[in-house]
Design a protein around this ligand. Structure first.
Ligand code: UD1
Length: 428
């Protein structure tokens, strides 16, 4: 298993290219199941989760070709051409769903197009139980018959899905995406209320419209879909990754450096940038991209609470906590989306952070500096928070189990070392 070695203390300077969003790319790839036409997706990030989704779709009969990988001077992202001419099967097996929960996003499109889907139940994961009950209840409201047998969701709608009014009892990103895709091919009108407003949901909706879907209310919490008989192929470019953007913004801030994030969009990260600005980080929109700097004075503690978009994203909680660990004063960080999403806390404390967890809140008392240590990555965002801590710490930090990072950060060590970080990956 690979490990990442970091010698901290160097202020980062330079330019980092922000790739396409993993969380947008995954549902967009699943949307290819809805049509026999070719969906050409550009600006796809090169990540383990994207390969897992490609593998799953190939097993279902989607033909995938790839091009557009630029090298030397810049990375422009890959293009995948996905053609689901004939679906050869409708089962998403345990081995792939276990690796990546987002595999469950094939459920809605398979059911809508083929009238049948058999998808392994995802089971528990490192950041909590994360059930899919809301996806299933909503699909039942569209007329699907659903049974749970032998660890699998068995869903049928042989006469097709029928539009309905669905009110999600809580905001679910994946649930909204599954239902949005299914409703495009259902008969009549579907209204999704209390729908997730995440930019990745809007990206999916815009792509579906380019494929011939009829969707109103994109970007709001009420999506109205008029079902159509068929969808067609389209060309679509994936939205930039707001979590990668926020993560590198913190890398600049925590090292007291200055980075330009090329391709990043400030409008997708307002809640995160509000916290960073109040902590003393300068963020400027320039022709070259977003310039992030912390050159004047110490960081200040700031409170925040995770919430559905446009609130503060849970996927940035661990990274911001790391920044607050070295800020002046105390910060209160409350996690409202997932249970058990403080697994980075004991690891940060091993590096000298002063953090106490009380239920779903953590009190972070800023310390003068962190010190390098051996730490263990537990999930994707927790792992990157340890890399950020290592960039700021005195001495050497070794992050173990880095396969989590490869699920969500493309060429992390290359991007950071090009800006002056002393970071390298070592194979065990
Ligand atoms: C997506 C993101 C993930 C992000 C999360 C919240 C992808 C691939 N992943 O995950 O990075 O952290 O949104 O922004 O886009 N819930 C239920 N029943 C359900 C569905 C969800 O109880 O049927 C609960 C979950 O356990 C969780 C909350 O609802 O507590 C939000 O989950 P959800 O928005 O569905 O997250 P994902 O789509 O899995």
């Amino acid at each position: 298993m690979d490990r990442i070695h970091i010698r901290g203390g160097t202020p980062l300077r330079g330019t980092i290219h922000i790739g396409g969003a993993k969380n947008a790319a995954l549902p967009l790839m699943a949307a290819s199941l809805l049509t026999g036409g070719t969906l050409a997706l550009s600006n796809l990030p090169h990540l383990a989760d994207i390969s897992t989704m490609a593998k799953l779709l190939s097993e279902l009969g989607v033909d995938i070709s790839m091009d557009g990988y630029a090298s030397g001077g810049g990375h422009v992202g890959r293009v995948f051409r996905l053609t689901a001419g004939n679906l050869t099967q409708t089962t998403a097996p345990y081995d792939l769903v276990r690796k990546m929960r987002a595999s469950v996003l094939v459920l809605g499109p398979l059911l809508a197009r083929a009238g049948h889907a058999r998808v392994s139940l995802p089971g528990g994961c490192a950041i909590g139980t994360r059930p899919v009950d809301l996806h299933l209840k909503a699909l039942e409201q569209l007329g699907a018959e659903i049974e749970l047998t032998e660890g699998y969701i068995e869903a049928r709608a042989e006469k097709g899905l029928v539009g309905a009014r669905i009110v999600f009892p809580m905001v679910t990103v994946g649930g909204t995406e599954n239902l949005l895709m299914a409703a495009c091919l259902a008969k009549g009108e579907t209204v999704l209320s209390n729908a997730a407003r995440e930019p990745e949901v809007a990206d999916l909706a815009h792509c579906l419209v380019a494929m011939g879907a009829k969707i109103d209310g994109i970007g709001t919490d009420t999506l109205t879909i008029q079902g159509v008989d068929t969808l067609h192929g389209a060309d679509y470019s994936v939205v930039p990754d707001r979590i990668e953007t926020g993560t590198y913004a913190i890398a600049a801030a925590i090292t007291g450096g200055e980075l330009t994030l090329k391709g990043a969009r400030a409008d997708l990260s307002e809640a995160v940038f509000k916290v960073l600005t109040s902590a003393g980080v300068e963020i400027t929109d320039t022709d070259q991209g977003l310039r992030i700097a912390r050159t004047n004075g110490p960081l200040r503690g700031a409170d925040m609470m995770t919430e559905p978009y446009p609130g503060f994203p849970t996927d940035m909680q661990a990274q911001v906590m790391t920044l607050m660990a070295v800020a002046d004063g105390a910060s209160m960080i409350t996690e409202t989306i997932f249970e058990n999403r403080f697994m980075h806390v004991p690891e940060l404390c091993r590096m000298g952070a002063d953090i106490n967890v009380h239920g779903s809140s953590a009190i972070v008392r800023g310390v003068d500096g962190l010190s390098g240590a051996q730490v263990m990555a537990t999930d994707l965002r927790a792992s990157v928070s340890l890399v950020l801590a290592g960039l700021a710490a005195r001495g050497e930090t070794v992050v173990n189990r880095v396969y989590h990072l490869d699920r969500g950060y493309e060429r992390l060590e290359d991007k950071l070392s090009a800006c002056g970080a002393d970071i390298r990956r070592m194979a065990e």
